[in-house]
Ligand binder design. Sequence first.
Ligand code: NAD
Ligand code: UDP
Length: 321
Amino acid sequence: MEKKNVLITGAAGFLGSHLCDKFISEGFRVIGMDNFITGDKKNIDHLFDNPHFHFIEHDVTEFIKIEENLDFILHFASPASPIDYLKIPIQTLKVGSLGTHNLLGLAKAKKARILIASTSEVYGDPLVHPQSEDYYGNVNTIGPRGVYDEAKRFQESITMAYHRFHGLETRIVRIFNTYGPRMRLNDGRVIPAFMGQALRGEDLTIFGDGLQTRSFCYVSDQIDGIYKLLFSNYSYPVNIGNPHEITIKDFAEEIINLTGTDQKITYKELPKDDPLQRQPDISLAKSLLGWEPKIEREVGMRKTFNYFKNLTEEELYKSEH
Ligand code: NAD
Ligand code: UDP
């Protein structure tokens, strides 16, 4: 039987590269697209010789031309870490708005089903806990994080408009903090930040008092949830994340234990609009997709630490992307 074609944007990034692996292993032909603004070719180097993988270097905010038929599109292109989207705010807004518009247009032309990567950030600094899909969120539109949060909220709106107006088959995943191998060590997100600090023998930096919470999902669980959502028949947003919540302070202690180092902790100013708490309500994913995360944090963190431990000295000390 002929293989189905999947276009994955953001293919050289953390989640995009794992999605490429997943779809190839499930028997699809994958077209990866990326402009490398926050991604790394290294994440997909192992795929270039694979006859079922084809890569196109392209900025998705520019018109996208694909000759082949497409059956599915997964739109994952977007800076995802706060330091990235604070550094490139306009590109972040453009990829969520213009980029998403281009991909929806492409999906319509190809009669493909499209899944877009949304985020827990659509809930902003939430006033409801845990966050379920029917919560409308608490976002500061004009704050520094607004460029990401509002781009993602617009992305959801235009996706629903294409679904309602054009009858396009759409899926929306609201991804909560996900971690694992292939995160960029210097991307500023808390897990690579703490692991890099531990490996370099530096103090771990906690922003604020460390009492803010997050709930961390291992990448294989996240990919599994996204895959199940794509093949469901549900067009509204679905949270995918791990509900096991922890304060950043306790998490820093866990990392010190895990790495077997005796790092000290130093405290820095909390970035503006940094959400105080975050925990997904995954009841919908459980009932709709029969999905729930399987990987305990201790196991996922060990796998992630082993990945970072094997980076070269140069990678370990590279501070700028
Ligand atoms: P990442 O930065 O590792 O990957 C994003 C990829 O998109 C990079 O390879 C980058 O070069 C590419 N990209 C950005 N702008 C582009 C453009 N205009 N054209 C083409 N390529 C472009 O980030 P990630 O963690 O893999 O996140 C992937 C997606 O998942 C993003 O849409 C992000 O918003 C979403 N998400 C991730 C998380 C998480 O915890 N990792 C949480 C919520 C949402
Ligand atoms: N954080 C921290 N020290 C760091 C990096 C991040 O204390 O070196 C905190 C950050 O302020 C936030 C949490 O860890 O409260 C998670 O940050 P991250 O950037 O990973 O993701 P977010 O969920 O805020 O998008």
